[in-house]
Design a protein around this ligand. Sequence first.
Ligand SMILES: [Fe+2]
Length: 280
Amino acid sequence: MNPGGRGERGSEQPMIDVHSHILPMVDDGAEDIEEAIEIARIYEENGVEKAIATPHFIEGTNSSTKEKNSAILDRLNEALADNGINLRVYLGNEIYVTMDVLKYLKDGLISSLNSSRYLLIELPMLDIPLYIEQLIYQLLLKGYVPVIAHPERNARIVENPNILYDLITKGALAQLNLPSLEGMYGEEVKSTGEILLKHNMIHFVGTDIHMPHGMASKIKRSIEILKSFTDLETLDRITNINSQCILDNKPIEVDSPIQYKKQRSFLYFLKSKLNLGGDK
Ligand SMILES: [Fe+2]
């Protein structure tokens, strides 16, 4: 038995992508089936055999329904088989945060990740909604587990990574975008991603791939970078094992998050020694 599957592909790290805009014609991801097939070939080149399509669901902006997405997914999986591509795509959504998540689920408008207990939730880029803890509580009460998409890209979490620590202690999980580690969204996002990884605040990684070209396609290289921040066991868990638990709707094993303590600068040290102030 080889649960991680590592031995089957030598030293290559197997990965399941839990955040992908491969589903064509539903959001700002793949434009048509041909482009989706190009993305699938990138997955194949990088040894990714499973991906969860997570089209945006944003009230009034991107609101392609679960029914429509599911029909397109069937066409996509057929096209992949016809083209001899060894990739299986599952359905989910990247749900823009709202207190109406449960209502949309009940109405059948949105999909959890492969119809499991796990929901991929997108935060605004610049802020954290005041109701976020209430939402996490409501979702948990109904048996759902919110997974915060790319927290390292949120400006408030960049300023204070412990905002994510608090959300995790309330029951949320978190997914890092691999391109963040390459600096695709800038140095601050990159260093926040590194901090979150080092403080057990990341449970899954994804590409958030939207189109065949660009940084998101360099999955193998991103995983090499990831290796420099994690031990092999954690690497296996966040690239593969936890993601398979999503597909199987099983609970995942979570290490306690570690609170981030900001490093004092040398200048701060000098000021405090000379009694020139600095925060206490
Ligand atoms: Fe996304």
